[in-house]
Design a binder for this molecule. Structure first.
Ligand code: CP
Ligand code: NVA
Length: 321
């Protein structure tokens, strides 16, 4: 018998929303079903005996809670790991950590400062790694956002226009790419010096063109908001950008989602925010506390979206190696 030289295929990871290229429509449908099952008290426990490691280098309210609760509600178990409390914080390498955790867990979610660390963990892991936010993307957030939009727009994404106002950050990158994947028209108003990386813009343009959708970046929030079906914003100072706080606050001063900006959008348009928000900066109290917003639905939908993601990447039948 010839010696087997081809390595077994590695696990499938979710490091970018692009890793969901062919799965997004089905994933969103599945998240809706899981949401309805929870509401009806009919969720099963298919994750019995399955475990998830959750490494968080940065704080989290929604991502941590929704992944942990998703595992619990599906009958599995999640373990929170903070680098300060792990040997990772004392110099154990990311690949060695990945090798060890792969022997215990069915999957790892990782909130990292650097996308390259996310890739290093995935490279050495024999179980799926899911990006729980890094400096480049926040794919799980955008699955929940698209779920929220699909609920509001029962007719689907085609012909709808989502406008993003603010920083060209991790959330924007995933939204830009995710909108293109589902054929949603997308426009972002971003100051010139805070635009996303050119290759992300180019990838989004190519995907949008394939889907027959628009993908544009402009400077003026008023231009982006005009005729939009929803206005999305995120913080001006992301985790890791704190040293630039003063200059960012100055650069984004005109990029607030408020009543006047919502009035430029279509009648019935609503505001979105991934949270946490800095009230009075990128969004007003009035918008957050009013009824022209989908913000709290977005937050709830993290839970339902995580379950669909967990099923796809580490559901029953997918084993640690
Ligand atoms: N939107 C989001 O990811 O929130 P957390 O930082 O609280 O997880
Ligand atoms: N852009 C924000 C998102 C927080 C969920 C950050 O990275 O801090």
């Amino acid at each position: 018998m010839p010696k087997q030289t081809v390595s077994p295929p590695g696990p499938r990871h979710l490091l970018s929303i692009l890793d969901l290229k062919d799965d997004l429509p089905a994933l969103l449908k599945r998240a809706s079903v899981l949401k309805a099952q929870r509401q009806a008290g009919r969720l099963g426990t298919p994750f019995r005996g399955r475990a998830l490691a959750m490494i968080f280098e940065k704080p989290s309210t929604r991502t941590r809670s929704s992944f942990e609760l998703a595992m619990t509600e599906l009958g599995g178990h999640a373990v929170y790991l903070s680098p300060q409390d792990m040997q990772l914080g004392r110099g154990e390498t990311i690949p060695d950590t990945a090798r060890v955790l792969s022997r215990y867990y069915h999957g790892i979610i990782y909130r990292a400062f650097r996308h390259q660390d996310e890739e290093a963990l995935a490279h050495a892991s024999s179980v799926p790694v899911i990006n729980a936010l890094d400096d480049r993307e926040h794919p799980c957030q955008v699955v929940a956002d698209l779920l929220t939009l699909s609920e509001r727009w029962k007719g689907g994404f085609r012909g709808r226009r989502l406008a993003y106002i603010g920083d060209g950050n991790n959330v924007l990158n995933s939204l830009l790419l995710g909108s293109a994947l589902v054929g949603l028209d997308f426009v972002a108003a971003i100051p010139q010096e805070y635009r996303p990386p050119a290759e992300v813009v180019a990838q989004a343009r190519a995907l949008a063109a394939e889907a027959g959708a628009a993908s544009e970046i402009v400077v003026s929030p008023r231009e982006a908001a005009k005729g939009a079906d929803a206005l999305y914003t995120d913080v001006w100072v992301s985790m890791g950008d704190e040293a630039e706080e003063a200059e960012r606050k100055a650069a984004f001063a005109g990029y607030q989602v408020n009543r006047a900006l919502l009035d430029r959008a279509k009648p019935g348009a609503f505001a979105m925010h991934d949270l946490p928000a800095h009230r009075g900066l990128e969004i007003t109290d009035e918008v957050m506390d009013g009824d022209r917003q989908a913000i709290w639905d977005q937050a709830e939908n993290r839970l339902h979206a995580q379950k669909a993601i967990l099923e796809l990447f580490l559901g029953p039948g997918r084993r640690p190696r």
